[in-house]
Design a protein around this ligand. Structure first.
Ligand SMILES: O=C(O)CCC(=O)C(=O)O
Ligand SMILES: [Fe+2]
Length: 305
C-alpha cells in the first residue's frame, strides 16, 4: 500500500507525496537598480525596498515592468510607510493598470473624484471582508489586482491574511486535480449576504442583485498571464458545485477551503499606518482579521483592471 493518494496534506502520514518547496516559488531576493524585492512568507509575497513613488515624477518602463513581474511572481507586493503618500495612492496603482470604482454604500468613494473606496470601521458594519474570498469572484471579469493603503490601524490586530491558491492546489494529488478541473461551481455575491447586508434600501438591493446574478464559474481557474492553476471557489461566494450531490459538493468545497486556510501556503500582513499592499487577485485569496474590538481601522482601496 505505498500508493495511497492523500487529498488533505500535512497530517502525520509521511507517505503523502506533496510537500511545498519554497524553491519552486522563486523565493530569492530580486533586484533592479536600487530596488529590492525581499520575499515575505515562504510561498507568498515580497516587500519592496528602496522604492518611493512621486506622482508626477516619471517611472521608467523597465522599473514598472520589474514591479509588475514581481507582483505576478510573488502574489503580492508590500511597501513600507513613506513609499507611497496617501494623496498619491490612486495614481500609484495605475502603474499596474486602470483603477475603477468598486464599492457599495458601506464602502464608499474616498472622495467625489476618486475611484478608490474606503474600508473604514467607522461606517462599514458588514463583516464579509473577514470571510476568505477572491474579490468579485461573482462577476464574469473580476479585477486583476486590488491595492490597500493603511490610513488608520488598530494598536494590535486587524491584519490581512493571504493564501497562495496555486500553492494550495499543488498540495493535491494531480489525478484528483484533473477531476476537479472538470467541475464548475455557482458563485453568488449574496451567498454570505454581501449585498443584502450592504444595501439597506430594497430598491438598491434589488438593483444590485439584478446586476450580479448567480454565475457558473470553473472550480479551478487558470491565471491568464502566468498559466498557473488556482483554487477559484471561495467561502464568501461559492454556493454549490454543479452536477454532484449536495453532500459531495459540500465535502469537495470543504477540502478546498481547508487548503486555503493552511498557514503553509499563506502570509499574514501586519499593517502600519502608511503602508501599501497590492495583490494579484488571480493568485491569492484573502480576508481581514477582526480582532480589534471598536478601534478604528481604515484602509483606502483601489481595484485595478
Ligand atoms: O479588511 C481586510 O483586510 C480585507 C479587505 C478586502 O477584502 C478587500 O479590500 O478586498
Ligand atoms: Fe477583498
Amino acid at each position: 500500500m505505498s500508493n495511497v493518494a492523500a487529498f488533505i496534506p500535512l497530517d502525520t502520514d509521511t507517505r503523502q507525496a506533496p510537500v511545498l518547496s519554497p524553491r519552486e516559488y522563486k523565493r530569492e531576493t530580486r533586484r533592479h537598480g536600487a530596488i529590492a524585492l525581499e520575499p515575505y512568507a515562504p510561498v507568498l509575497g515580497a516587500q519592496v525596498e528602496g522604492f518611493s513613488f512621486e506622482a508626477g515624477a516619471p517611472i521608467d518602463e523597465e522599473t514598472r515592468r520589474f514591479l509588475y513581474k514581481g507582483l505576478l511572481d510573488y502574489g503580492f507586493l508590500s511597501f513600507a510607510p513613506g513609499s507611497v503618500r496617501e494623496a498619491d495612492f490612486e495614481t500609484f496603482t495605475t502603474l499596474f493598470g486602470k483603477a475603477r470604482f468598486s464599492g457599495n454604500p458601506q464602502a464608499p468613494r474616498t472622495s467625489d473624484k476618486s475611484e478608490a473606496n474606503a474600508i473604514d470601521s467607522q461606517y462599514k458594519k458588514t463583516r464579509t471582508n473577514y470571510i476568505w474570498h477572491i474579490d468579485q469572484a461573482y462577476r464574469p471579469n473580476p479585477q486583476k489586482f486590488t491595492a490597500l493603503f493603511a490610513l488608520k490601524v488598530p494598536s494590535r490586530g486587524g491584519d490581512t491574511v493571504f493564501a497562495n491558491a496555486s500553492a494550495a492546489l499543488s498540495l493535491l494529488d494531480p489525478k484528483f486535480v484533473s477531476y476537479l478541473e472538470t467541475l464548475t461551481v455557482i458563485h453568488d455575491a449574496d451567498t454570505q449576504g454581501l449585498l443584502s447586508l450592504a444595501y439597506q434600501d430594497p430598491q438598491g438591493l434589488a438593483e444590485a442583485r439584478a446586476k450580479n446574478p448567480p454565475l457558473e464559474v470553473p472550480l479551478i481557474r487558470v491565471h491568464p498571464e502566468t498559466g498557473r492553476k488556482q483554487i477559484y471557489a471561495n467561502e464568501l461566494y461559492a454556493q454549490r458545485i454543479l452536477g454532484v450531490s449536495r453532500s459531495v459538493s459540500d465535502h469537495l468545497l470543504g477540502i478546498l477551503f481547508d487548503l486555503i486556510k493552511l498557514p503553509e501556503v499563506g502570509a499574514t500582513y501586519v499593517w502600519e499606518e502608511g503602508s501599501v499592499l497590492i495583490w494579484d487577485n488571480r493568485t491569492v485569496h484573502h480576508r481581514g482579521v477582526y480582532n480589534y474590538d471598536d478601534q478604528r481601522r481604515a484602509l483606502h482601496r483601489a481595484v485595478i483592471d
